[in-house]
Design a binder for this molecule. Sequence first.
Ligand SMILES: NC(=O)c1ccc[n+]([C@@H]2O[C@H](COP(=O)([O-])OP(=O)(O)OC[C@H]3O[C@@H](n4cnc5c(N)ncnc54)[C@H](O)[C@@H]3O)[C@@H](O)[C@H]2O)c1
Length: 394
Amino acid sequence: MENQRICGKKGYVVMKILVTGAAGFIGSHVVARLLQEGHEVTGVDSFDIYYSRGQKEKNLMPVLLHPQFKLVEDNLAEMALVKVIKGTEAIVHLAAQPGARGSWGSSFHRYVTHNIQVTQKLLEESKANKLKRFVYASSSSVYGDIAQREGQDIAILNEEMMCKPRSPYGVTKLAAENLARLYHQEYRMPTVSLRFFSVYGPGQRPDMAFNRFCHNLLHDAAHTIYGDGKQVRDFTYVDDVVAVIAAAVTSEAAVGEVVNVGGGSPCTLLEAVALLEEISGKTCPKTFLERQKGDVFSTRADTAKLERIFGAKPKTPLREGLQRQWDWMRKFVQAEDEEQAIKAQAQPITEVDEAALAEAKADEKATKKAARKAEKATKAAKIKTATSENQDQI
Ligand SMILES: NC(=O)c1ccc[n+]([C@@H]2O[C@H](COP(=O)([O-])OP(=O)(O)OC[C@H]3O[C@@H](n4cnc5c(N)ncnc54)[C@H](O)[C@@H]3O)[C@@H](O)[C@H]2O)c1
């Protein structure tokens, strides 16, 4: 392809890549990594209101002025995709409405639009573009509670298992994954679906557990834990996820596959909280609430396929990754608190200085009067000139 260049250092092909959801937690790390590898990146993000625009702007700060990066702020559900797809060689599709707990009830239409319809729109629009890769961000939530159904304590989830999601969010992620599979089968689209397991690290979404726990520790607030805290998660550090995404963009072996991207650091929520308390040197009281609808008991990835295709698996130990997230959170929350304090200190002007207002109004009146007088004088002078010119012509 004429746009391709071989990157001298590592020998891989450099491409024009579209990253959807570029301002989000994982998306912003992906953009940084792809730019580092020499690719040309266009990022699309709608800066959805699910969480603060401020956090997303901060996520993108390190890459915003990069000469190989272009940001398009738009909603993929509404925009004309040709604007961002033309000339694109690979798509990393991360834009979505995340969060399993919020996917019940009246919010469901958001999940259908952002997760299913947008994916279908992107796949359909990409058909004619001879893409080299379409990397779809799937989720461990497609599996559901296989562990409980099969009567095991902790099931190791592998890609061959039948998926029975436990939340509407999981249903939409599985539907989009199936769409990617269909477009691969019927149109030879080079799709790869990566099932991420509980991603954490700097920039993590504010609704996710580790972000909330760090917040509580920094503000001496109580931790809210849904269920007994013994639910197991296979926590995966964001850089490890990003490394697999970057490899999937160029790897031939990944095409048409569904692959788990799990951390190899499974532990219970209570163990993770204890580790965070050790790192921060602080503790918080815990409030236990009823298990939430859609929360699964255990997620643990079988990484055999990941290792077979990519030759590596996530390697960041939980303690190291949590330390990095804690360091980031401390700075982020401090900056956030300072912004709040400045806003609170700013004195809003609520009283009107009546004398100054009267003076300003009088000035305005005088100015208008003078302008009218000048206009009248100009008009009179014009009439006088015109009359004398007409008289001359006669
Ligand atoms: N974070 C995790 O642990 C995790 C686990 C499994 C799967 N995933 C998947 O990974 C992807 C990224 O997750 P994240 O945690 O970074 O979420 P995020 O909310 O931080 O990022 C998603 C971004 O997409 C944008 N977006 C949403 N709808 C859009 C639209 N219609 N048009 C343009 N932009 C849109 C949002 O503004 C947001 O910036 C999602 O697809 C999610 O389902 C995440």
